[in-house]
Design a protein around this ligand. Structure first.
Ligand code: MG
Length: 261
């Protein structure tokens, strides 16, 4: 668990967050029918290299899983998370979740967006909007003195009110000196429970929302997680620095207010 204490630590987390935001903005701009997920991965790799950062995704998993081969995760349609970038060409009507991370001098950031490819179905549009709004509401709940259960309850209540389901097999996490640290940050559960949010705590909040049921399964590549009922899934994520002045979104798109209302 990381609670940022010094200006130097904070500056490095902020820099890692800015680089992740740049990666996601560039990948989003490149999404169109005909582009391959591998081409998006190359865009991400080039930005990390140019900024002097490294990937926390590439090679992840050892010794439990085969090393993750991508710089980013690209999860299309019924794929929930951990899709492997490659030769797959995006087509009109697809939705793609892009999950990216960066390490700067040992400090990590992690974020994800879901992007429509051309015109998508009304349900896909609603799924993307609902998941992004779930993240916005979760960030607004991440105030010092509240508990992690307040974040989960906020997300679950919103997502289920829209007729969708929230994935439970994968959750948000602490972030800092490693991509995945304690505590776990579930997107479900009762309020007023779990760890109290302290000044300086860094967490990644990442709702994963399915049109159908919440159940998932993993493909034979041992990485790609899909919905068990093959329904569409969306994913948004930000890395946050919780402060007494409010949550600071480390991976916020440049030019947008970094402190949540
Ligand atoms: Mg994450």
């Amino acid at each position: 668990m990381v609670t940022l204490k010094t200006k130097d630590e904070t500056a490095k987390m902020r820099e890692a967050g800015r680089i992740v935001a740049e990666v996601l903005a560039s990948c989003r701009a490149a999404v169109r029918p005909g582009v391959t997920t591998g081409e998006l991965d190359k865009i991400a790799a080039d930005i990390l290299k140019r900024r002097g950062a490294t990937s926390n995704f590439k090679g992840y998993g050892v010794p439990v899983l085969p090393p993750f081969p991508g710089v980013i995760c690209t999860s299309v349609n019924e794929q929930v998370v951990h899709g492997i970038p490659g030769k797959r060409k995006l087509k009109t009507g697809d939705i793609i979740a892009i999950d990216a991370g960066a390490i700067v001098d040992g400090w990590h950031a992690d974020a994800a967006i879901t992007v429509p490819v051309g015109d998508v179905s009304p349900v896909a549009e609603k799924l993307i909007a609902t998941t992004e709004e779930a993240l916005r509401r979760a960030i607004a709940a991440a105030h010092v003195g509240k508990r992690l259960g307040d974040i989960g309850a906020t997300v679950q209540r919103w997502v289920e009110s829209q007729g969708f389901s929230i994935v439970r097999n994968y959750v948000g996490h602490g972030i800092g000196r490693a991509m995945h640290e304690e505590p776990q940050v579930p997107n479900y559960g009762p309020p007023d429970r779990g760890l109290e949010i302290k000044d300086g705590l860094c967490i990644a909040i990442e709702p994963m929302v399915n049109v159908g049921g919440a159940e998932t399964r993993t493909l034979a590549d041992r990485w790609t997680v899909v919905t068990a009922d093959s329904s569409l899934s969306a994913h948004f994520e930000h890395s946050l620095w919780c402060t007494v002045a409010g949550p600071v979104v480390l991976t916020a798109p440049q030019g947008k207010a970094a402190v949540a209302a």
